[in-house]
Structures are given as C-alpha cells and as structure tokens.
Design a protein around this ligand. Structure first.
Ligand code: 0RA
Length: 627
C-alpha cells in the first residue's frame, strides 16, 4: 500500500527541521557556495521590492563575526495577523517553507532552480536571525534561532522609515565554512545591479572597511561595457528590448577587436550557464540577420557560420519569464520553448533595423564575421594538413611525451614541464605507472592574440593537444582526454609564471571544459630547503619560512632557495612536488567567469596601460615571484 501524504505530514515537512535535515536540497550545498547563497536569497527579496517599484537601495554588510545584514527601503515585510494561521505574516514568512503563495508580488518567480526557496530557509540554517520592519509608521522586531521564534513580534514604536533589515548568522552546525568572501558577494551584487538598472546596491565589509556601491542607470548596456573593459570595442553598444506574452527580453551587444566570445544569458536574474531557448533564439537570429545583410551587400560570397558571428562578441541576454522551466545538470538551462521564438523575432527585427540605420557600424560588424569565417576556413585547411601528417589524432603520440603505462584516464596524470632539463628530472623521478611527462621548450603561443588557425602551425600546441588526446575546437571531445589530472609544473620565477599564464590562457580560451571538469592543476614546488641537524624542511611559501625560523631559530641552519625545478634532483622533485602522498597541488577553477575573462584579457591582451596599472597595484601580492 502506498502511503498518502496527509495534511499533518506535510505540516511536519514544512518546518525548519526538513531544511536542516537536507540543507543541500534547498541551497545546493553546505560549503562556500551554499553559505553565499543565503545572502542572495535575502537580497532577492529586496530586489523583488525594487522590481515592484518600491525599493531603490539595498545595503549588504559583512560583520566581523561573519554574520550578514541585508537592509532595504522597500515596503517592509507585512506584520498583520493572519486569521487562518493565528500568527503574524512576518512569523509565517520566516518559518514556513514556500510561504510565497499569497505573498507573491512578483510574477517573475523562479521555480526549479535553487533561488527563490524563500527567506525561511535562510532562517532555518542560521543560528540567529534578527528582523526589523519599518512599515505603516511602526517599527517592529522579532528574533529567531535555527528557524524557531525566540521572541514575540515586538512593537518598538513609531517610525518615519520604511523597509526591512534582516541580520543572520549562518549556523556552524550546518556549514562546513563560515567565512564570507568579499569578492564572491561583490561580483554577484554587481551583476544584480547591472540586471536591475537604477537599483543601488552597496556592499560593506566591516572586517576590512572595504565598501563598494553598484548603481547602473544604463543596466545591461553598462554590463557589456564592463565585459569589454580592457578590450577595444569596434562600435557603440547595441540595445534591443521587447515584450510578448508576458516574456520580457532585453539584449545588449558590442563587438571588440579580440577573438574570444563573451556571451552571458540570464533568466529572472539567474545566470543560465547551460544556456537554453533564449540563448539559441539569440544565436539563430544573429546568424540569420548578419548573413542576410552580408548577402545584400556583397552577394553572399562568404557563408558566415553561427560561431563566426560570436568572435569578439560581448553580449548580455536577459529575459524575464513568468514560469521558467530550468533543466540540465545544474538546472541552469532554460527549457521554455516559446522563449526561443520571442528572442529570435526581437533580434531579427531590431538588429536588422539597426544595421539598416547605421551602415558604418553594420560594415564593421559584418566584416568582423566575414574575417572570422575566412580564418575558420584557414584553420580547417591547417587542421587537415596536420591531420594528414598524422598528428592530432592521438594514434601517433608526440616523441617528447614520456607516457605512463596505465591507460585508464581516471588514474593517469600528465605533467607539463617547463624546459628539457626539468623534464629530465621529472622523467627520472616520476612513478611511470600513472605519471606521464611532457616537456615544453620555451614559451608557448599567446593565444589571446592569435586565431585558431595559428594553433595548428604552433608545434608546441599541436604536441600538447596530441598528448592530451581530447582534440580542439570542432574536434574537441572530453571523453578522449587521456589524463584526468593535467598538471602545469613551472619554475618559481617570472618566466615560470609567464609560461603558466600562457598555458592557463590556452586552457581557458580553447579547452575550457577541461577546467570545468576539474582536470587542470598547478604543481607547487617548494621555494626553500632549510636544513638543521641533518633534518630537512621543505618550505612552500615565505610565510611558512618565517614561521619555521621562529620555531627552530636561525643558528646553524642551511638555507637553499630553489628557483628552478632543474635545481632539484629527481628524488627531491618526486618527494616535494610529484608524490601524491606529500605534494601540494592547486586545482584550477573558474568561480567567476567575468572576472577570469577580464584577467586573461588584461594579462595577455594587447592593451598595455591597464596591464601596467594592474601589475603596479598587485606588486605587493607577488612576493613569491622572484624577479
Ligand atoms: C512579503 C510580501 C511583501 C513584501 C515582502 C514579503 C518583503 C520581504 C522582504 C525580505 C527582505 N526585504 C523584504 N521586503 C519585502 C509585500 C508587501 C506589501 O504588499 O505591502
């Protein structure tokens, strides 16, 4: 017999206990991501007030004890008694899951995703929550702990003010980390300010006194300016906006003189990393519109593909959908089929109109895509040539590669090593069973300044891609990757840092799925060997070095500073850097795609002054790099 859910069971499941029992179900994770998600959950409520036209300012404060305050000047949370509940609306909103329902004021709610789970979830996962409401001339307060009220709703007195202040301290019993990162919060709050023009969002960190205010009257137009910061734009930003069947769509785009694609899509303020119908509508219409304009101008000599239209394109697509269906592994792909046509027809009409009215810009944009199409053709030829020579297909492995004997990618590692001499030590020191070594001589091509066809004429890149086995561009197939740990191992000096950045740029721009799969690592060779009384200490940072000298004293010690991997013999390299039991490796992750793109553009692109500024500002952070 199947059990039916009766009202009392649902009642039980509705409580804070359910959330505390399975927090992951409500906020995705109990690690860093979930911790930060709590803040977004509260801020979303304030943004809803702003979208409804009642709130213009949001303030987020990180307190020294890592509790958070979110303050807004919205209508304030309703405080009246709810006759059916025998409780105030405030209490219901803070204690009942999905109390939304009759409180829903914003039709662009989120379903399916992690957002929009409600403030009661934040409350359930906080060891303490304090709420202040300023509404209808009255100030009230109420406190909670782990989702349960600890006070009644207290009337404080009359007030002129309007709005809500929520302060919560995430529960140490729930979260594996309690420390908030300023940059993570700043980047999401900036994004929200771009997506909701005119809303002023301030982030204040009482731990460091750092403070930033985000206010963009130009909305996603300014978002695109931000994406193209440090790049050279080819024309002024194009903006398109429209509404149909309750779906609002807004698009801003601008081409730059670079080659990478920077297209971000959002549904109800959520970044749809996996794309969806809104994005495919945009891509289809962009391709069709540019092709038909090019046809009219030049009789269609070159066929522009969809990829060609996105070379050097920065764009933001923001749609508001009443009942979004989120699909995909991370529930960040929009499934609503009607949205494709809506975005498609918006771009078709508005972009064609823009091109007709602005022939100068139109020529620049079409030329950009035509050049991309030509370069793609050149890349195809170059690839065919390398194919004919038998490279790139993984059958003929490069002679420089010292492969491992294990053929299971999940157990295999490849070290990409700077220079032949370090390559030699690594080859001797490694465990042949599962560790492969690929020495690279000198600097690899700076892909930030080169197009795909150049990749195929670069021996080092061909060697690298062949060794990895995953292919590149149209041939890329992550399943064919021969190693699930790809370790960049360079010297701890300026050249080493440069080579590492060149390799990371290449992985980020051309083999990004390898980063997202968690396959890319950076080896951490030691900086010093300190010896005293026949004992050796391997030291990986200057801080560690200082700490040790406190500890063991300076007398009678020997210090050796390692600048290059080649200075270590094979055994030492194994012990310190390659032995899975003892090594320290950094996994490369992309937490913030916008920031990562900007950094690679800055470090590897052609604009010199912003790079100089960056290096000057960050010089003190680069102590470990030996100049
Ligand atoms: C329920 C209904 C209304 C507003 C809110 C909740 C609300 C929640 C939060 C959380 C943080 N700031 C907030 N501001 C408002 C609508 C109230 C009305 O109809 O007057």
């Amino acid at each position: 017999m199947t059990e039916s859910y009766d009202a009392s069971k649902i009642q039980v499941l509705e409580g804070a206990e359910a959330v505390r029992k399975r927090p992951g179900m409500y906020i995705g994770s109990t690690s860093e991501r979930g911790l930060h998600h709590l803040v977004y959950e509260v801020v979303d409520n304030s943004i809803d007030e702003a979208l409804a036209g009642y709130c213009s300012k949001v303030l987020v404060i990180i307190h020294p004890d890592n509790s958070i305050t979110v303050e807004d000047d919205g209508r304030g949370i309703p405080t009246d008694m709810m006759p059916n509940e025998g409780k105030t609306a405030l209490e219901v909103i803070f204690t009942k899951l999905h109390a939304g329902g009759k409180f829903d004021k914003n039709s662009y709610k989120v379903s399916g995703g992690l957002h929009g789970v409600g403030i009661s979830v934040v409350n359930a996962l906080s060891e303490k929550t304090d709420v202040q409401v300023f509404r209808n001339g009255q100030e009230v307060r109420m406190s909670f702990s782990r989702g349960k009220p600890t006070t009644d709703m207290i009337k404080v007195g009359p007030t002129e003010r309007r709005g809500t202040i929520v302060t919560f301290k995430p529960d140490a019993e729930i979260f594996t980390t309690l420390e908030y990162h300023y940059d993570i919060l700043a980047s999401r709050l900036r994004e929200l300010a771009f997506l909701n023009k005119g809303v002023e969002i301030t982030l204040k960190d009482e731990r460091t006194e750092k403070e930033q205010t985000f206010l963009y009257k130009g909305g996603i137009n300014e978002f695109v300016d931000h994406l193209n910061k440090n790049k050279t734009p080819l024309h002024s930003t194009i903006h398109m906006e429209g509404e149909k069947s309750g779906v609002q769509a807004e698009i801003a785009l601008q081409y730059n003189d670079g080659y990478s694609e920077n297209v971000y899509s959002f549904v109800n303020n959520i970044n749809t990393i996996e794309g969806g119908t809104h994005l495919s509508g945009f891509k289809t219409a962009l391709t069709r519109t540019l092709n038909s304009y090019a046809d009219k101008q030049s009789g269609g000599k070159v066929k522009i593909s969809s990829d060609d239209t996105r070379e050097g394109l920065s764009a933001v697509i923001s749609v508001k959908v009443p009942e979004p269906q989120f699909e995909g592994q991370t529930k960040t792909r929009l499934g609503n089929s009607e949205v494709k046509g809506i975005v498609d027809s918006l771009v078709n009409t508005k972009l064609a109109q823009f091109l007709e009215e602005n022939p100068k810009e139109a020529r620049i944009i079409v030329e950009k895509s035509v050049n991309a199409a030509k370069a793609r053709e050149a890349a195809r030829k170059a690839r065919d040539l390398t194919r004919r020579k038998g490279v790139l297909d993984g059958n003929a492995l490069p002679g420089k590669l010292a492969d491992c004997s294990n053929k299971d990618p999940a157990q295999s590692e490849i070290y990409i090593v700077e220079g032949d001499s370090a390559g030699g030590s690594a080859k001797q020191g490694r465990n042949k069973e599962f560790q492969a070594i690929l020495p690279l001589r000198g600097k690899i091509l700076n892909v930030e300044k080169a197009r795909l066809h150049k990749m195929f004429s670069s021996q080092q890149i061909v060697t690298l891609v062949t060794a990895l086995g995953c292919g590149i561009a149209d041939d890329f197939n992550i399943e064919k990757t021969r190693y699930h740990k790809i370790v960049i191992m360079t010297d701890a000096d300026v050249d080493g840092a440069h080579i590492r950045t060149l390799l990371l740029t290449f992985f980020f721009r051309y083999l990004r799925p390898l980063i997202d799969a968690g396959y890319i690592y950076i080896a951490q060779p030691p900086l010093y060997k300190v010896s005293k009384n026949k004992r050796n200490y391997w030291i990986y940072t200057d801080e560690e070095y200082k700490r040790l000298i406190d500890e063991i004293g300076e007398e009678g010690i020997g210090v050796q500073r390692y600048k290059g991997l080649g200075e270590m013999n094979a055994d030492q390299l194994w012990d310190t850097t390659m032995d899975p039991e003892h090594r320290k490796m950094l996994k490369v992750t992309v937490e913030d795609a916008v920031a990562a793109d900007q950094l690679f553009t800055l470090l590897m692109g052609s604009e010199v002054p912003p790079r100089r500024d960056f290096i000057e500002q960050n010089a003190k952070l680069a102590e470990n790099i030996d100049i």
